[in-house]
Design a protein around this ligand. Structure first.
Ligand code: ADP
Ligand code: ADP
Length: 235
């Protein structure tokens, strides 16, 4: 479903991605494991069109990813991002934060000052239900815990109805217990839907625990691709 071929990206003379080939199936939960600076973030940013690669091809459901598509309003983008810092709008309710996801592609937060179609609100609530936070829908974004904020981030990504969710170190700022809860939701949702998840992690223990397939990225190249139980000997 996602086909990455010969992807390369440099910043100046720093080669961040050298030659990345990767295919990801619908509904697959893929962990990209690598130390800080390995190029994980750059990889995700290329996949969602935020960063233009120097070489190579990325296609999602047969459609080539182009950076030029990013600003388009009407078109639903095939990717949704989750970040280390949830990036919730503090002032807004949890529900409205999820609706922001629904409005992705609109050029400004002015979307928030419009009335939302009931259908969108229903859909946003359904996404909150998936992360078991429907009861917090009317609570402000800064009145919930860090783990809950990250779950809202998952709901916001889901609301975009993407083909793939790109999670860039989604649990890096959470304590281990909370991190496991958040990764648990992400993986469960991936299994319950057809949405593929590419999840960047730098902690081997989470990768082993949650990854079905782990891609090891080191110095801009794939150095491992397989089930996590083969990790200890190969990485
Ligand atoms: P990771 O997510 O694995 O930590 P990144 O993709 O963020 O890796 O970064 C890989 C390398 O590319 C790092 O050395 C980083 O400093 C560099 N880098 C990332 N983004 C930029 C940028 N916009 N301009 C210059 N260098 C960058
Ligand atoms: P808070 O959590 O601080 O109460 P809200 O999420 O209720 O904030 O709303 C944030 C801002 O958006 C407020 O200024 C509010 O007046 C405005 N707003 C909220 N809902 C609507 C709406 N349906 N139409 C227009 N403006 C709205």
């Amino acid at each position: 479903m996602i086909e990455i071929k010969g992807l390369a990206k440099s910043y100046g003379d720093r080669r961040v991605l050298k030659q990345v080939d990767l295919s990801v199936r619908a509904g697959e939960f893929l962990v990209v494991l690598g130390p800080s600076g390995a190029g994980k973030s750059t990889l995700l940013r290329c996949v969602n069109g935020l960063v233009k690669s120097d070489r190579g091809e990325i296609a999602i459901d047969g459609r080539t990813v182009r950076t030029a598509d990013l600003g388009r309003r009407e078109e639903r983008r095939p990717t949704a991002m989750i970040f280390q810092h949830h990036n919730l709008v503090k002032r807004l309710s949890v529900l409205k934060n999820v609706l922001v996801g629904r409005m992705a592609g609109m050029s400004s937060l002015m979307a928030l000052f419009q009335l939302f179609p009931a259908r969108d609100v229903e859909q946003a609530l359904a996404c909150l239900r998936r992360v078991e936070l429907e009861h917090k829908a009317q609570v402000r974004g800064d009145q919930i815990s860090g783990g809950e904020q990250q779950r809202v981030g998952i709901a916001r990504a889901l609301a975009q109805e993407p083909a793939v969710i790109l999670a860039d170190e989604p649990v890096a700022s959470l304590d281990p217990k909370t991190a496991r809860i958040v990764l648990g939701y992400l993986k469960r949702i991936c299994k319950e839907t057809d949405i593929a998840v590419i999840c960047n992690l730098h902690q081997v223990d989470y990768a082993v625990e949650f990854g079905e397939r782990v891609v090891g990225l080191s110095d801009g190249a794939v150095v491992f691709d397989g089930p996590p139980d083969r990790l200890s000997t190969e990485i």
